[in-house]
Every structure is written in structure tokens, then in C-alpha cells.
Design a protein around this ligand. Structure first.
Ligand code: F6P
Length: 548
């Protein structure tokens, strides 16, 4: 990338921001009757409305200049060509190959990965179908009823989020459960409720070294062996990993180990065998529909011009909010209860990918990178933290999600849900002025003093930005499309910020220190020399409280 062009594009946007500080989203609608038509993009199954963002046609043009200056198209080509886009781990990032359903070759490290991707996918889906259909049975010869996915981070959040999202497609005779936390209560609260004789454990770990997952897997194994004997392990455990040798040491047979590759980042692995629990639940056909959704977006991302390219626009809007309007956070608010885990999923995707302060060349980042991502389903969030969205001092851009049609819910309830979603984005944009508030209070018969006292508290500044993703129904294909849109959005942001979105060194230090502290916590007499004052103080208190 040419730093001069990039700096010029940044300055142009800064100047534009300064020149247009007083222009509101409502003004933009008033000036431009066709604004909605040109500020939304309808893909096959998902409509992206960005008309309620604080951007004009000129803002968009300048943001597109920024994307060109950052060489987004060239870097996208490098990503899809399987070049090393994760230089700190010397790896390509080819998760798109996992959702390639056609015959097109796709390369990582110079070789076509499709033959092995296809073979592994077939092996995993066949196994999923055999579990789902009852052809593969538990140790006592019964069909499985419960699937427990043991994994954490990308080996948990994807399948857990998708299993909830696709509840209507899960076979009614199967229940899917997800255990992630090293806190023993996660597994311990679940297992007594399950019929152990018909429970399958799916251990998911890319590295097969993750403390939480190995601890939970060992605990589950112990309980299974105590109840059903050693032979049950072979019948009721399977695993997904890139470290096949380590899984074999755990006692799982080769035909029950499903692989993937180091060019798949953990938070991009839902499309791989890491989706096994989901595939068991929804079946091979629907799983492939989910992959198809991801592939739809890969094609769109690679072929649509930048100004019509949804992930590119999502990224540019996010850059505008973060780097030019100063928003430090981004809310993910699905008006779709089944997407309840989407905020957590996107939290890992965005914050683990782009929560960096070092450029690709090792120099320090000068501006801001990833914002804080958080969220809850609407309408629940409305009754918790939306107060701050509407009247707080922080501007929080919101991404809303809503289906036009429910699956089985009471249609009247669904209408209320949709109305609430639309009402929130409308309220954020339009607000309510002092004059409007005073008029309302006057109409209610309040006297002038009371109006003067109350009015400031009831004013909504408005001009708060949001985007809306609208789809007909939350199908596997729609879910695949939504996830891939965000993956590519994150990639485009990383290109503009010039950071590595595929490594995650920031999680390492805590892991290392936890391993060092574990024996000190376990042994009530271990010396505390060398510990900082706060940690030593806390360990001492923990020791006292344990005795109590
Ligand atoms: O700690 C972060 C992380 O490495 C994530 O990137 C990853 O998704 C998670 O841990 C789990 O790792 P693994 O699949 O190797 O157990």
C-alpha cells in the first residue's frame, strides 16, 4: 500500500467530517428522497440497510477512496490465492476453501487443498449422518440422544451459536450441549441431567493442548469410564483437531478423529469438522446449505464492485464510526432469539482478529483498531442497556438483525418483535427534540415549571447510527451468509488498519501465567516470593477463605 495515498484518503475523510459535523442522518434523508434505495443492498437472502448511518454519498465516495488506497482488492486477491496473510504464524487463511462446494481448486501454501477438504468433509458428514440416523450406536447398543461438544473459543462459539440459531432444523430426538469453561460447574451441572448411556462426547480443539478442553475431556472420560467401563470411551468419544497424534493418545480411534488444517483459524473453523456437533444436529444436507451460504458471500465479496460489496461497505462504515466519529464500541442486537449467541461469536471474530496495536511491519498502530463488541437479543437489551444508546454520552453504533417471517412463533408476537426492531433504529436516528417534548408535556396538562424541570430528561438527541440485516427466515443458508459477511468485513478492516487479523498473541500471556499460578493456588504452602503484591495478597486471602 502507498502510505501517501492512504494518508491523503484519511485526511480527506477527516476534513469531510469536520465540514459536516452539523449534518444529521435525518437531514440526509430530507435532502435525498432516494436515500433508502441507494443505501441498501439486497443479496439473494439478506438485505443490508445502511441508510441510517451517518454517511452521505460524499462520505461513501471518500471511504471507497480509502479502501482503494489501502489496496483492498489486491489484498483480497492475496487472501483467496492462499498467500501468507498471517505472517506472524507464517500461514495462509483459507477457511473459504471449507465452504467451496464446487470443483474450483483452492490453494494454500501452493497446493490445491480441495481434495483433502472434500475427503474430510465427506468423512465428517457420513459420521454425522450415522450418529443422527442411529446407524452408529452407543456402548450399550442404543441410538444416541445427547451430544456434548467440549471445546472453547472457536471450538465452541461457532457450533454453539449455530446450534441455537438453527433449532428448528435439529433432529427432535437429539439434544445438543456445549461445555467450554474450565470451571467444573459447566460440565458438572450438565452431566447429571444426561442419560450417559446414550451421550456422545465430541472433543473439539484445533491444537489439542488447550487447558480448558483437555481438563473437561478428561473429566468427562473419567465419569464415563466409572459408569460404563473403559470400552465406552471408544464408542462414545470422538474428536476434531489438527493434532491427530495428540488425539490418538487420548484413546480415540482414527475413524473417529476428524481433521482440519493449520490454515484455518480457530474463530474461522465453524465451516470445518469443528461443525460436527452442528452437522449431527441438522444433518449433512442442511450443513451443506450452511456452507453454501458462506460460499455465496465469498463469490459476492470477490466479484461485486467495491461500492456494492456488502462486507466492504460494512468495514468502511465501521472504520468511519471508529476512526472518524470516535465510537469505541459496536453493538450486535439480533431481534431473533435464536441468534442469542451471535454477539459472543462476533465478539471473538472481531476482537480476537482486530484487537491489535501493532502494524504488520511491527510498528505501533497510531489510530484506533477494533472497537468493543457486545450485545444481547432485542427486545431484552432494550430493558437493560438501551438507555445508554439513546441518551448516554457514548455513541454506540448498532447492527440489528430481524427475520420477516417467524418459524413457528405466534405471528402476533413476531409482529411485535419486528415493530420493536424498527422502532429502535428509528428512535436512535430521529430522537425527540426539546420542542417536541415540551409539546407532549403541555398536551398532558403539565404546568410550565414542571415542563421546564422534566423536559431535559426526556430529550433524545437522535442521530445515532445503525444498520439492519433483514432476511426472510433464519435458515442454514442465511446463517452462513451472515457469518461470512462479518468474516470478510473483519478482513477488510484489517487491511485498512494494516494489521494481522489471523493471529492472537494477546491470549498467550494469561495462559502462561495461569499455568505458573496453578501449583501455587493448589498448594496452600507454596512460597509467594516473586509474585506482585496484589496477586500475593489475593492468594493469601484465598488460602484463608479455603480453610474457613
Ligand atoms: O485462546 C485463544 C484460542 O487460541 C482461540 O483462538 C481458539 O479458538 C481457542 O483458543 C481454542 O483453541 P483450540 O481449538 O486449539 O482448543
Amino acid at each position: 500500500m502507498d502510505p501517501t495515498d492512504l494518508a491523503t484518503a484519511f485526511y480527506a475523510l477527516e476534513g469531510h467530517r469536520e465540514d459536516n459535523l452539523s449534518v444529521t442522518i435525518a437531514d440526509l434523508f430530507a435532502e435525498d428522497p432516494k436515500r433508502f434505495d441507494d443505501f441498501h443492498i439486497a443479496l439473494d437472502d439478506v438485505l443490508f440497510d445502511f441508510s441510517k448511518q451517518r454517511i452521505s454519498r460524499q462520505t461513501l465516495a471518500l471511504l471507497l477512496d480509502l479502501a482503494r488506497a489501502a489496496k483492498v482488492e489486491e489484498r483480497r486477491a492475496a487472501l483467496f490465492a492462499g498467500e501468507i496473510v498471517n505472517p506472524t504464524e507464517a500461514r495462509p487463511a483459507m477457511h473459504m476453501a471449507l465452504r467451496n462446494l464446487g470443483a474450483t481448486p483452492m490453494f494454500a501454501n501452493g497446493s490445491d487443498v480441495m481434495p483433502e477438504v472434500f475427503a474430510e468433509r465427506q468423512k465428517m458428514l457420513r459420521f454425522a449422518e450415522d450418529i443422527r440416523g442411529g446407524a452408529i450406536k452407543s456402548a450399550n447398543g442404543a441410538a444416541f440422544t445427547d451430544i456434548v461438544n467440549i471445546g472453547i473459543g472457536g471450538s465452541d462459539l461457532g457450533p454453539a451459536m449455530a446450534a441455537k440459531a438453527l433449532t428448528p432444523f435439529i433432529a427432535p430426538h437429539l439434544s445438543l450441549h456445549f461445555v467450554a469453561n474450565v470451571d467444573g460447574s459447566d460440565l458438572g451441572d450438565l452431566l447429571p441431567k444426561l442419560p450417559l448411556e446414550t451421550t456422545l462426547f465430541v472433543v473439539c480443539s484445533k491444537t489439542f493442548t488447550t487447558l480448558e478442553t483437555l481438563t473437561n475431556a478428561a473429566a468427562a472420560r473419567k465419569i464415563l469410564v466409572e459408569k460404563l467401563g473403559e470400552a465406552a470411551v471408544a464408542a462414545q468419544f470422538c474428536a476434531v483437531s489438527t493434532a491427530l497424534d495428540k488425539v490418538a493418545d487420548f484413546g480415540i480411534a482414527a475413524d473417529r478423529i476428524f481433521g482440519f488444517w493449520d490454515w484455518v483459524g480457530g474463530r474461522y473453523s465453524i465451516w470445518s469438522s469443528i461443525g460436527l456437533s452442528l452437522a449431527i444436529g441438522i444433518g449433512a444436507e442442511k450443513f451443506e446449505k450452511f456452507l453454501l451460504g458462506g460460499q455465496d458471500i465469498d463469490k459476492h465479496f470477490c466479484s461485486a464492485p467495491l461500492e456494492k460489496n456488502v462486507p466492504v461497505l460494512m468495514a468502511l462504515i465501521a472504520i468511519w464510526s471508529r476512526n472518524f466519529c470516535g465510537s469505541a464500541s459496536q453493538a450486535i442486537i439480533p431481534y431473533d432469539q435464536r441468534l442469542a449467541r451471535l454477539p459472543a461469536y462476533l465478539q471473538q471474530l472481531e476482537m480476537e482478529s482486530n484487537g491489535k496495536s501493532v502494524l504488520l511491519d511491527g510498528a505501533s498502530v497510531e489510530g484506533m483498531t477494533a472497537p468493543i463488541i457486545f450485545g444481547e437479543p432485542g427486545t431484552n437489551g432494550q430493558h437493560a442497556f438501551f438507555q445508554l444508546f439513546h441518551q448516554g454520552t457514548e455513541i454506540v453504533p448498532v447492527d440489528f438483525f430481524v427475520a420477516a417471517q417467524p418459524f413457528a412463533a405466534d405471528p402476533q408476537q413476531h409482529q411485535l418483535l419486528v415493530a420493536n426492531c424498527l422502532a429502535q433504529s428509528q428512535a436512535l436516528m430521529l430522537g425527540r427534540s426539546q420542542a417536541e417534548v415540551e409539546q407532549i408535556l403541555r398536551a398532558r396538562g403539565l404546568d410550565a415549571d414542571e415542563i421546564a424541570r422534566l423536559a431535559p430528561h426526556k430529550v433524545f438527541a437522535g442521530n445515532r447510527p445503525s444498520s439492519t440485516f433483514l432476511y426472510k427466515r433464519l435458515s442454514p443458508r442465511v446463517l452462513g451468509q451472515l457469518l461470512a459477511l462479518y468474516e470478510h468485513k473483519v478482513f477488510v478492516q484489517s487491511v485498512i488498519w494494516d494489521i494481522d487479523p489471523f493471529d492472537q498473541w494477546g491470549v498467550e500471556l494469561g495462559k502462561e501465567l495461569a499455568l505458573r499460578l496453578a501449583p501455587i493456588v493448589a498448594d496452600g504452602k507454596a512460597p509467594l516470593d516473586g509474585l506482585d503484591g496484589s496477586t500475593a495478597g489475593l492468594v493469601t486471602q484465598i488460602r484463608k477463605l479455603k480453610k474457613g
